[in-house]
Design a protein around this ligand. Sequence first.
Ligand code: B12
Length: 167
Amino acid sequence: MHLTAARRTLFVSAALGLALTSAPAVARPAVAQPQSMVPTNTPVKVTVVVDGPDGRLFKGRTRTQGHDVTTATGGTHRCDGTNGGAHPSAVPTPTAALDDAARKRQFTWDGAWYASFDDFSVDTIKGVGGGGAAYWNISVNGTPTPVGGCQFKLNAGDTVAFTWTAF
Ligand code: B12
């Protein structure tokens, strides 16, 4: 039988459509993200504890990420783990967590800025300082941090403690 050009086109199109719809789905290979593109400063929930000379001054869960911090004595500086080149990209940090808890629960803290460490020293919390006899120790999950509070990376669920500690 003789097929017209139009019929032939229709037939070929239908056959092609059927072939395409019945073709098995091809899984796309997972594309690995370069390390530099993985977001590291996603907000995390941590517990912030402040223990003073006469007992607990604060304990609370705080949502935090690395951010610029402003203190009366030290001014405004980044506090996101890139301080001192500690981390290649921004991360949540202990001092930023203290800052977030203080803002949320409306208590004060202060700290001097040390350009030599590219970090704040946490000097007073809720008006309590060391008075030359003590300092605010920073620990994460019970271990004192080997670096200042803007250089250490916090992970979700961590407990960061600021503990008034006599010399
Ligand atoms: C003595 C000392 C302290 C004393 C300082 C007060 C005092 N009465 O002397 C105290 C006990 C308070 C202290 C605390 C801490 N320290 Co300290 N400290 C030192 C040490 C051994 C000597 C500093 C010194 O006297 N320098 C000589 C003077 C003339 O110079 P200065 O610039 O005026 O010194 C001042 C600063 O160093 C400042 N300071 C001391 N420690 C720290 C830490 C940070 C992050 C900042 C910003 C400032 C600061 O206090 C000094 C006196 O005013 C150094 C080690 C070293 N070799 O430098 C570590 C050192 C500076 N400390 C260090 C650390 C990690 C801390 C803490 C964060 C520990 C913690 N997990 O709690 C805390 C700070 C917490 C906070 N509240 O912010 C690290 C800093 C590393 C870094 N890259 O951040 C160092 C280098 C030790 C180390 N691990 O190698 N410290």
